[in-house]
Design a protein around this ligand. Structure first.
Ligand code: SF4
Ligand code: SF4
Length: 159
């Protein structure tokens, strides 16, 4: 959730970005060593993870009757159990980092219903404010950069 642009109250009523279907499992947040340590120490010491190249992601279990996977640290009444220490991907959602013709860009996922109600200039300003931190993160975690998907509005082009 993009703090300063979206509110905790809006997200508490939504939770859309904390569940995935088999088509958008690629959106699963990437976890740093610190994220993994936090989950094991504070939430579930037995939480299973899956390797994704050099990084880890949550292992998520499919709901028995639907093509749906809930993030394992989502508490359906309290929300994300990682609180203010969410994975970076979750803190910048619905912004995403993609690569277009060899250049990194920050794009917007319009799936988020709340962000659709915000003026584009405010979203773009937020993306520009965060661009340094986002591209630094992309340097450290290259698999966070996904191939550009047609239709995603581009907010910032690196450089
Ligand atoms: S999809 Fe948007 S409104 Fe819904 S929980 Fe995620 S950030 Fe909040
Ligand atoms: S880590 Fe938290 S914010 Fe991120 S997908 Fe899981 S429940 Fe949602």
């Amino acid at each position: 959730m993009l703090s300063g642009l979206l509110s905790k109250e809006e997200c508490a009523k939504c939770r859309l970005c904390c569940c995935f279907d088999s088509y958008d499992l690629w959106e699963t947040p990437i976890l740093t060593k610190e994220d993994v340590r936090l989950v094991k120490e504070k939430i579930n010491k037995d939480q299973p993870f899956v390797h994704k190249e050099e990084e880890l992601i949550f292992r998520m279990e499919k709901e028995p009757d639907r093509d749906l996977y809930y993030c394992p640290v989502l508490d359906h009444s309290k929300g994300c159990l990682m609180g203010d220490q969410k994975p970076f991907d979750c803190r910048i959602w619905p912004l995403r980092i993609m690569s277009l013709n060899g250049q990194r860009v920050i794009v917007l996922s319009t799936v988020c219903p709340a962000v659709q109600t915000r003026p584009l200039d405010k979203i773009q300003k937020k993306a520009q404010e965060l661009a340094g931190a986002i591209f630094d993160y992309a340097d450290r975690v290259p698999i966070a950069v996904k191939p550009y998907i047609s239709g995603y509005p581009i907010l910032v082009v690196e450089g």
